[in-house]
Design a protein. Structure first.
Length: 364
């Protein structure tokens, strides 16, 4: 198991090897304003190698934010990252304290390395040992009980070959339990936060957060809506001022623009967008699906504003330059796409004045 975790000194040293303007300082860490995601792909050995190589190339190009989840490729994305990190560290190309590793627990998953029916695996690994019991798993195949999350944390640590995970998200918790009342959800979330605070003390995670799809983009009258201010207050009640709830993740791109445009949150009795709320509450925001899994690329090709760069670089440039965004997480595997997307690490993010001009041209 690889010891250590991302540190201020390590991430600063890493950032100084590259274009230092492309790193945001948050929680005394220096994090690249582009991260790599590892969601898509088949759970096979060929994809293992492709993902591993993409992670290595991304890190060696200046990306030190790596995002995954235990259910991505049925645990194999975590394992591919673990192999990539081990190889880079063993080759003395990086140190553990230079990279920020994020994963997610919550969804029920099988194991891509075990050829077994999904439900047979779940019953053998989780049901028979009593890790989950009847009623624990929602209709959306999500579970947020403490025995289950404890089991998943240990699996993630083993998969990643790490002694400590920098950021552990609870994955789509609101979305995964549509039948649960909001009061019951917040009670369960309090239990999860208490568990995560204990694991912080044990040195198994550094921070925790919520990786979401809808709840922070929904209108306040939507059953899926979640108040970030309420969640932060909950974390403060559980962990005090030094609590570990410091990050959220949500979709944001030129199609899913609610994070910037929708004032659905209330902070200190003022209506704000989730990005503005996060800034005020001291929460770092990573964003998902920056290219809508490639669907925005054709659209961008028809826009004169993107003619100076490749469509992917132009779209990423918009997102990473948006106030309140720490980094978009770009899913990339093929060598060609990795090379194309990583061109963005050679240029600076837009300054506020440049960003304002960009937005005016975009909507004109």
């Amino acid at each position: 198991m690889i010891p250590g975790f991302a540190t201020s000194t390590g991430t600063k040293t890493f950032s100084e090897k590259f274009l230092i303007d492309n790193y945001n300082s948050f929680q005394n860490l220096h994090l690249s304003n582009i991260g790599i995601g590892t969601y898509l792909g088949e759970p096979d050995s060929q994809t293992d190698t492709i993902v591993k190589d993409a992670v290595k190339k991304s890190i060696l190009s200046g990306v030190n934010v790596i995002d995954t989840a235990i259910n991505y490729r049925a645990q194999k994305s975590e394992r591919s990252i673990g192999v990539a990190l081990s190889e880079l560290i063993n080759e003395n190309l990086i140190k553990r304290d230079e990279v920020f590793i994020c994963t997610k627990n919550g969804y029920v998953t099988n194991d891509g390395d075990i050829q077994e029916d999904f439900m047979q695996y779940v019953m053998r690994e989780l049901g028979q040992p009593g890790i989950v019991k009847e009623g624990d798993i929602s209709s959306g195949y999500h579970c947020m009980t403490i025995p289950y999350l404890q089991n998943q944390l240990e699996r993630s640590l083993k998969n990643l070959n790490l002694e400590c995970i920098d950021l552990m998200y609870l994955h789509n918790a609101v979305e995964g339990h549509p039948e649960m009342s909001k009061s019951q959800f917040l009670e369960n979330l309090k239990n999860v936060f208490e568990f995560y605070e204990e694991t912080r003390k044990e040195g198994k995670i550094r921070f925790y957060g919520l990786a979401t799809w809808e709840c922070f983009r929904a209108t306040s009258d939507n059953a899926m809506f979640l108040s970030l201010e309420d969640v932060v207050k909950l974390a403060q009640d559980v962990g005090g001022s030094d609590h570990g709830f410091r990050f959220i993740q949500l979709p944001f791109n030129l199609h899913f623009d609610q994070a910037m445009m929708l004032k659905n949150q209330t902070v200190n009795d003022k209506e704000k967008s989730i990005l503005d709320s996060s800034l005020e509450l001291g929460i770092g925001v990573f964003t998902s699906v920056p290219l809508m899994q490639g669907k925005l690329l054709e659209w961008a090709k028809s826009k004169p504003i993107f003619t100076d760069t490749s469509p992917s670089v132009g779209l990423l440039q918009f997102i990473r330059s948006t106030p309140g965004v720490l980094a978009p997480l770009i899913g990339q595997k093929s060598s060609i796409h990795v090379d194309e997307n990583l061109e963005i690490m050679k240029i600076k993010a837009m300054k506020q004045t440049e960003y304002d001009v960009f937005i005016k041209k975009l909507v004109s």
